[in-house]
Ligand binder design. Structure first.
Ligand code: C2E
Ligand code: CA
Ligand code: CA
Length: 652
């Protein structure tokens, strides 16, 4: 009998190449990944077996009869299950994506496939007696038995059953994978048909190799998973591995290490060295936790999935590492990191999304200052829940127009007249009660609805001004808070001018207040161009919260502000720190010399008023003179002549 085993050899080579290449791709292997690797090894073993079987059949005259029998029986017993392993691999993938309640389908299919394989294996055993698959004559020569092709039929049967099962879950599968899964049986069927027609060419392994190759290519396309800079798996791998761990309730200690102020490291040492520092930190994390896996989670953020057993000591070691210096290319620096840790399964809510938990924990750590390590606990979960409830309520409030505005007067300290008022947004929720703007404004920024909110505020202010004018009274000047994120909105100038001109608001009536600290993040030229386009239409800009965070004097000097608002914390510090006295005094002097007007906010008592008078402060805003007033109260004080800061009637 002549057998051509060349295709089989080439297929074995293909499998070896895939095996070598896929070895490092799975940093944190899942059951399915392990199964894939197992399939590769198992198929290699089968190729060897096939080769051995061909050799024993050829050299029957010198091979002992029992060897010939054992090798060929092993071939029949072990080769067909390789298709089975591969089909299970595909089924596992499909059912990772399908809804959990469909798992019963996986069980049924498994039962059919395993049951039929069992029957087949019984036939293999019975072959010793009956020679159904093959038999050896008295000279030890090999002959095909009457149902020799049953292994092929079994493979076809398994492929069809697997295919039907996968097909039923098609709506949950990504398109690319589905295509691969569809092509695999077609190619295999083609090969099996060729095999039946040309029995002397051994092609079973080729079918297998093609199938494995297609799945491997699928892997590669979907997973360009290694981060170029650090050579560790990227964010997508981290996310999918975490989801997988959470889905299967696996135990692990997960960490996100976020470098603090990394921008300044880049600014000081240059981008290239900055990158080297990130790589160095990544390597260090891997060294400190050799059994875990490091990931590049974000620009200056690294992820780590570690064993839960000594997770806590790993966290401590990592946090401790940041007390030392870091050195690359001869430069040395200290780095600080905010660390978020999460123990899986997350007991407080096993169904919570681990990425949301980690992101939130990192942000909490960052907000608490540099170098903090925070474990995600019930309290963090509670704030996440509150935030999600609040975003629902906020969107609802915008949709139903149920937000409101307060107006807080700003007085001239010299004349005692109200010079202008600041519009402040208020949110009163039936379920959640009063919500502070410091909570919902950042949320609106995060949700990307701050622009809409800003337009809403401006429109309400214009409606009020229009109403005051229609009563024949003089319109007050109103300051509206403006989020720096709104600069990035390409339609911002058109929108603001649209509203202002619709209500025919005269030039000089609307100021926009921009907070200094958030402002710094946005592009200078973008900001300048928006400001200039609005200024020509009579809208003035005030720099809010001056003196908090990182003061960037060049922004203050180079952008066309007309007024600087000193943050309340500066004034409040005066009482505690004597040197602050001189600082504020000089600051006000300098700012006024530069032709800015100055507003000091947060004036709460008489001593502060006396002090501000002494240093020649221009305008004041604070509870001492008036708290923010509801719309009708504000209209009332506009109409009342008795409202005067020297005789504060609206003191809290
Ligand atoms: P802000 O612009 O610095 O507004 C001044 C804040 O100080 C207001 O808090 C006001 O009620 C409070 N305040 C005024 N006088 C005193 C005082 O004497 N003592 C004390 N302790 N506080 C005083 P509010 O209304 O809670 O607003 C907080 C922040 O929310 C505002 O800070 C502003 O950044 C933001 N915000 C409010 N409304 C809007 C809005 O319509 N749009 C945007 N983008 N942000 C807004
Ligand atoms: Ca303000
Ligand atoms: Ca302020």
């Amino acid at each position: 009998m002549y057998w051509n085993a060349a295709p089989e050899m080439i297929s074995a080579l293909v499998i070896i190449v895939i095996l070598i290449n896929s070895r490092d791709a799975h940093a944190m292997p899942t059951t399915r990944d392990r199964m894939f690797t197992f399939t590769l090894y198992y198929s290699l073993f089968c190729f060897l077996l096939n080769f051995a079987s061909i050799q024993t059949v050829y050299h029957y005259l010198i091979v002992p009869r029992w060897v010939n029998m054992v090798v060929n029986t092993a071939y029949f017993a072990l080769y067909p299950p390789v298709t089975l392993v591969f089909i299970f691999y595909i089924l596992l993938y499909a059912f990772e994506q399908a809804p959990p309640e469909h798992r019963v389908r996986l069980k049924t299919t498994s039962a059919i496939i395993l049951g039929s394989t069992f029957v087949y294996e019984v036939i293999v055993v019975l072959n010793f007696t009956y020679g159904w698959l093959f038999y050896l004559d008295e000279t030890n020569k090999y002959f095909r038995g009457p149902i020799n092709r049953i292994s092929l039929i079994l493979a076809i049967f398994h492929i069809i059953v697997g295919l039907i099962t996968v097909f039923r879950e098609r709506q949950y599968l990504d398109r690319f994978f589905f295509k691969v899964v569809l092509w695999f049986p077609m190619i295999s069927l083609g090969i099996v048909i060729v095999q039946i027609l040309y029995l002397e060419i051994v092609l079973t392994g080729t079918a297998l190799a093609i199938a494995i190759l297609s799945v491997y290519l699928n892997f590669q396309t979907r997973r360009i998973s290694i981060d170029n800079l650090t050579q560790y798996p990227n964010r997508e791998s981290f996310v999918s591995n975490l989801e997988n761990l959470a889905h299967h309730n696996k135990k692990a200690m997960v960490m996100v290490v976020s470098l603090d102020n990394f921008k300044s490291v880049n600014d000081t040492f240059g981008q290239k060295r900055g990158d080297m520092f990130i790589k160095l930190v990544a390597d260090k994390l891997q060294e400190l936790c050799p059994k875990g896996q490091v990931y590049r989670y974000g620009g200056d953020e690294l992820g780590l999935i570690a064993d839960s057993v000594n997770g806590q000591s790993v966290v401590e070691r990592i946090a401790n590492q940041f007390t030392y210096q870091w050195k690359v290319e001869g430069v040395t620096t200290r780095l600080s990191a905010s660390i978020a840790t999460l123990e899986l399964p997350f007991r407080a809510d096993p169904s919570a999304d681990p990425i949301t938990l980690l992101d939130h924990t990192v942000r909490t750590a960052k907000n608490r200052g540099k170098g903090q390590t925070i474990n995600c606990d019930t309290m963090i979960l509670r704030t996440i829940r509150r935030k999600s409830q609040l975003s629902d309520r906020l969107l609802q409030a915008i949709a139903t127009d149920s937000l409101s505005l307060d107006y807080q007067p700003i007085f001239s300290l010299d004349s005692g007249n109200m010079e202008m008022a600041e519009a402040l947004l208020r949110m009163e929720d039936e379920q959640m009660g009063t919500i502070h703007p410091a909570e919902f404004i950042p949320l609106a920024e995060e949700l990307g609805i701050i622009g809409e909110l800003g337009r809403w505020v401006l429109e309400k202010v214009c409606i009020l001004l229009d109403e005051i004018r229609s009563k024949g009274r003089e319109m007050p000047v109103i300051s509206v808070n403006f989020s720096s994120l709104q600069f990035a909105d390409g339609n911002i100038v058109r929108d603001i001018l649209g509203i202002v001109s619709h209500y025919r608001i005269p030039a000089g009536t609307i100021n926009l207040e921009i907070t200094e600290s958030t402002f710094i993040g946005s592009s200078f030229h973008e900001a300048l161009s928006v400001m200039e386009s609005l200024i020509v239409h009579g809208i003035n800009f005030h720099l809010d919260d001056f003196g908090t965070g990182y003061s960037n004097l060049s922004y203050m000097v180079n952008l066309p502000f007309t007024c600087i608002k000193l943050d309340k914390s500066l004034l409040w510090d005066v009482q505690e720190h004597n040197r602050m006295h001189h600082f504020i005094e000089s600051l006000i002097k300098v700012v006024r010399q530069m032709d800015f007007r100055v507003i000091v906010e947060g004036v709460e008592n008489e001593q502060q008023v006396a002090y501000l008078r002494k240093i020649g402060c221009d305008m004041v805003q604070g509870y001492y003179f008036s708290p923010p007033l509801g719309r009708s109260d504000f209209i009332k004080i506009l109409e009342s002549k008795s409202f005067h800061p020297l005789s504060p009637i609206h003191r809290m």
